[in-house]
Write a protein that binds this ligand. Structure first.
Ligand code: PAF
Length: 280
């Protein structure tokens, strides 16, 4: 695997692959990679001849009181893991390479509507930062396909909408959520949890399963949300949201509607965790 810290060098490599008629897949990450990320690389490989990953802890998607400075940075282990999964190239840019005119007055992407709810309501500006960096990365890498995890379902929808509206020639492919044996969704932020928080964190998946049971019994959306919220509060979480929405993130009228998804964001100590589950 070749590692590139400038966009120009990566582009030269991608140009070569294209002239050889090869399809390019892309997996953007913020590093501190785990099996969930490596599954994205494996999925990209199924859709492309060459796979590019990026590691960039993007400052514009963190709020002023969030964990940008603390976010775990583990480049050596990440590089070994990516190479072991057959990744062909890694873009490891500096902040100056990604934002040559600085982050303060940079051109930004804003996806309206779906960024006002769920995490968008609790992390103002977060999805502007995500859409902005993903648009830059798409321009830099120019992939045929890009893989995003369903665990960050709202992010997946924001990226899909942005890519289709801005006519990026990239197919956005969703990847299933990978879970620990306990059901906890894999996330770089799980590293922040101490041993007892880690046990408590499993309640998120159990709450989503209880919400699925409530939906199967025909409960209305509000009651389904109440089931999940009660379990989280009893376990000691500070709950940001528990919501039942349609796949397009609109509000359902009935719990009996097909295709509903349960969404949770909740905080345990200083760690904010998110997850979602298809309630079918
Ligand atoms: O999901 C992430 O790791 C980040 O939000 C992404 C898509 C790499 C953009 O910084």
């Amino acid at each position: 695997m070749n590692t590139f810290d400038t966009v120009a060098d990566l582009r030269a490599q991608v140009k070569q692959w294209r002239s050889d008629g090869l399809r390019v897949g892309f997996v953007p990450t913020m590093g501190n990679l785990h099996d969930g990320h490596f599954a994205l690389v494996d999925l990209a490989r199924q859709h492309a001849d060459r796979v590019v990953a990026s590691i960039f802890v993007n400052p514009t998607q963190f709020g002023p009181n969030e964990d940008y400075a603390l976010y775990p940075r583990t480049p050596d282990g990440d590089i070994t893991g990516l190479a072991g999964h057959g990744c062909d190239a890694l873009l490891l840019p500096s902040v100056a390479e990604m934002y040559p005119f600085g982050t303060a007055g940079c051109v930004q992407m804003h996806v309206p509507g779906i960024t006002d709810i769920l995490c968008g309501r609790h992390r103002p500006g977060h999805f502007n930062g995500v859409a902005t960096v993903v648009a830059r990365l798409f321009n830099m890498v120019q992939p045929d396909v890009a893989v995003f995890g369903r665990k960050d379902y709202q992010q997946l929808q924001v990226v899909r909408y942005m890519a289709s509206e801005m006519a990026f020639a990239v197919e956005v492919i969703p990847a299933p959520t990978l879970r620990e044996p306990s059901g906890l969704a894999m996330s770089s932020r799980n590293r922040y949890l101490d041993a007892s928080e880690r046990t408590t964190a499993d309640t998120i998946y159990r709450a989503l399963q209880a919400m699925r049971d409530a939906r199967r019994q025909g409960d209305p959306p509000g009651r389904i949300e109440g089931v999940g919220e009660r379990m989280l509060l009893d376990a000691g979480f500070v709950v940001d949201y528990v919501e039942v929405l349609r796949a397009d993130l609109s509000r359902p009228r009935e719990g009996s509607e097909p295709g509903l998804i349960g969404f949770i964001a909740a905080r345990l100590g200083r760690t904010r965790l998110i997850d979602n589950l298809d309630l079918q």
